[in-house]
Write a protein that binds this ligand. Structure first.
Ligand code: UDP
Length: 331
């Protein structure tokens, strides 16, 4: 089976390519390095000892995508490529809507033209909006809080409508919780450009001394220690969730949460990082960040029931692996 991975040089994409190759799939990567580096590709090859075809391509471009499908018999696609900075999406909504929606339209169209009948979409728990916890796939979705989140919700609808209109075109919408950690080898990991927006890479850079101090956004939430609660999932567990979704994809449209099913607080994650790596993270409390929900985590039971997938790695593994990658990285 040959799988096209868009955004395969990115954080979740690169780990998923490694997991796919280790499970015996042939991989074709399309990435335009808009938020990743070419060196990642060599590091994936080092991890798996296997090669893949690579296209430096913007997947919003119909002709470039057509070329990939003409040159390769693609059996399935995992679509990661997209912009993901929440704050930037509020400033530049059209950049997000045009890029993140256009790519899905172009890729789904190519799948249908070329008889590729498996489409796995990189969605997000953000589509649940401010909902009851734990988030379950059966819940009606609520309004997302920013254009980035809205592109995930709209892409889910685009793919659902397309699958409903084209019998045999099967779609799995994977709703990720908070992916963290890195490959156990330390060769690939999360490497954001500039100052990280997300918690784990920020902690890792404070540990390294690149950033001085972690600001914990809000300690007055109605949670056990006043800081926000999230479901942090090791990126390799997440990657393996994609392999399971491809292997067991039901007919039509299916939706799966990929999370651990357990929420932990910002303070608990920072403490786990300090313990796992035997160091201290300088930190201070800061005001709440706009748009943050106090608490959410996954009901992860459907993926276990239907895909036979559940997370295997611990919070300590996440912290140890994130730090190993940060240390190895030259920044
Ligand atoms: N957070 C924080 N300091 C940071 C970055 C994030 O306190 O420098 C908090 C953030 O307010 C949220 C949690 O960490 O409660 C996870 O944020 P992240 O941006 O990693 O993911 P999100 O849950 O927003 O998708």
């Amino acid at each position: 089976m040959k799988i096209l991975v868009t955004g395969g040089a990115g954080f979740i994409g690169s780990h998923t390519v490694a997991a796919l190759q280790q499970a015996g799939y042939d991989v074709v990567i399309a990435d335009n390095f808009s938020n990743s580096k070419p060196a990642v590709l060599e590091n994936i090859r080092k991890i798996t000892g296997r090669d893949f075809k690579f296209y430096e391509t913007d997947v919003t471009d119909t002709a470039s995508v057509e070329k990939i499908f003409a040159e390769n018999k693609i059996d399935g696609i995992i679509h990661f490529a997209g912009f993901k900075a929440v704050g930037e999406s509020v400033e530049l909504p059209l950049k997000y809507y045009s890029n993140n929606l256009q790519s899905t339209v172009v890729l789904a169209d190519a799948c249908i033209k070329h008889g590729c009948n498996k489409f796995v979409f990189s969605s997000s728990a953000t589509v649940y909006g401010d909902n009851d916890i734990p988030f379950a796939e059966t819940m009606p979705l609520k309004k997302t809080t920013n254009p980035y989140g809205e592109t995930k919700a709209i892409n889910e609808r685009i793919l659902t409508d397309t699958a409903n209109a084209n019998k045999g075109f099967n779609v799995a919408l994977l709703r990720y919780f908070n992916p963290v950690g890195a490959h156990e080898s330390g060769l690939i990991g999360e490497d954001p450009q500039g100052i990280p927006n997300n918690l784990m890479p920020y902690i890792a850079r404070v540990a390294k001394g690149t950033l001085k101090k972690l600001s914990i956004f809000g300690n007055d939430y109605p949670t056990k220690d006043g800081t926000c609660i999230r479901d942090y999932i090791h990126v390799m567990d997440l990657a393996e969730g994609h392999v399971a979704a491809l292997a067991k994809m039901p007919q039509g449209v299916s939706v799966y949460n990929l999370g651990t099913g357990k929420g932990i607080s910002v303070l608990e994650l920072v403490t786990a990082f300090e313990k796992a790596n035997n160091l201290t993270i300088p930190k201070k409390f800061a005001p709440r960040r706009a748009g943050d929900l106090a608490e959410y985590y996954a009901d992860a039971s459907k993926a276990l029931r239907e895909l036979g997938w559940q997370t295997k790695r611990t919070v300590e593994d996440c912290c140890r692996d994130a730090w190993r990658f940060e240390k190895n990285n030259s920044k």
